[in-house]
Ligand binder design. Structure first.
Ligand code: AMP
Length: 302
């Protein structure tokens, strides 16, 4: 099954305690689509500026990602500047320049309208809703967001969330979105708006998935060397949605497996800056890490 993603394609400048990277390829849709491309066919909807070169688009071509929905416009590509302290779970945004995203009006190519799996990656909720209006018969819609949009466009964001099946969001942003400090209560509140499941991403503490009757907990992979957490959340979502779209079967078991594939992709992503690690994986490595998660969490029943 094919998977559609709308989100940001960006040039990021990132500083972590282990180094810096200036104007490197990033963006929520970029990390998502490269991660998901190891599992399924991906179609990308985003906009870039005149400063986006042939070499920048190469990674999508190498990963066989359909870029018919990637518009090039007059102006500059979206830019994000962020910093991490030793607590790599929290990104501090230093600057966000929307540039060509400021007046982007996505028009889905005809063949994208029949995609059954849709991911509304972190971007202006008005744009996320425009995509929803153009999709014909989706089987599963998931979304992400961040504090930038919660603080600026809450009403639009809530309307978007009311229409999706799964919300995948950082735990701090979940608390902010729900206006509730307790994670369980915050998840329940967002689920009461309409989604069937909510996945709280907890950085090095893993992920928690809530539905109205179940909770599933997955650890993060204990890595010795973490360089850059940028894109971990999007790579997680890419592995999750990519796997679900590949098996084309949404039940408690497949969704739990998808969370482990998502966690595996996030663990690879943080091992290097930008998409350097994510773009050079083999499916065998991904499966091997999936199995390591199984060993990591196995214990005998009483
Ligand atoms: P994450 O997976 O949460 O680490 O997402 C990191 C990516 O989000 C970076 O590559 C940024 O380019 C992108 N990003 C940062 N702020 C925004 C924003 N306000 N809207 C859309 N994308 C953003």
């Amino acid at each position: 099954m094919s998977l559609l993603v709308v989100g940001s394609v960006a040039f990021d400048s990132v500083k972590t305690p282990f180094g810096t990277a200036e104007n490197v390829l990033g963006g929520s849709a970029t990390y998502f689509s490269v991660s998901a491309s190891y599992f399924t066919d991906v179609s990308l909807v985003a906009v870039v500026g005149e400063d986006f070169n042939k070499e920048d688009i190469e990674i999508f071509k190498i990963r066989n990602i359909d870029t018919e929905g990637l518009e090039k416009r007059k102006g500059k590509t979206f830019k994000w500047k962020g910093e991490y302290g030793y607590d790599l779970n929290e990104a501090h945004t230093l600057d966000t320049q929307l540039n060509v995203f400021a007046d982007f009006n996505p028009k889905l190519p005809e063949k994208y309208k029949d995609c059954e799996y849709v991911f509304l990656a972190n971007i202006d909720p008005d744009l996320q809703r425009e995509i929803l209006n153009q999709i014909r018969k989706p089987k599963l819609i998931a979304c992400d967001t961040m504090n930038f949009w919660i603080e600026r466009k809450f009403d639009s964001l809530k309307k978007m969330i009311e229409q999706v099946d799964i919300v995948i969001i950082n735990e701090a942003e979940l608390r902010e979105l729900a206006g509730e400090a307790n994670l369980v209560k915050a998840a329940q509140k967002v689920l009461s708006w309409g989604p069937k499941r909510l996945i709280a991403k907890r950085g090095e503490y893993g992920a928690l998935m809530f539905s109205d009757s179940t909770v599933f907990s997955a650890p993060a992979y204990p890595l010795e060397s973490v360089f850059d957490p940028t894109g971990a959340g999007d790579s997680f979502a890419g592995g999750f949605m990519g796997y679900i779209s590949n098996v084309n079967n949404i039940n408690e078991s497949s969704v739990r497996q998808a969370i482990i594939f998502g966690s595996a992709m996030a663990s690879f992503n943080v091992e290097d800056f930008s998409l350097n690690r994510l773009k050079n994986l083999s499916y065998r490595e991904i499966e091997e890490r999936f199995k390591e998660f199984k060993r990591l969490t196995h214990f005998d029943d009483l």
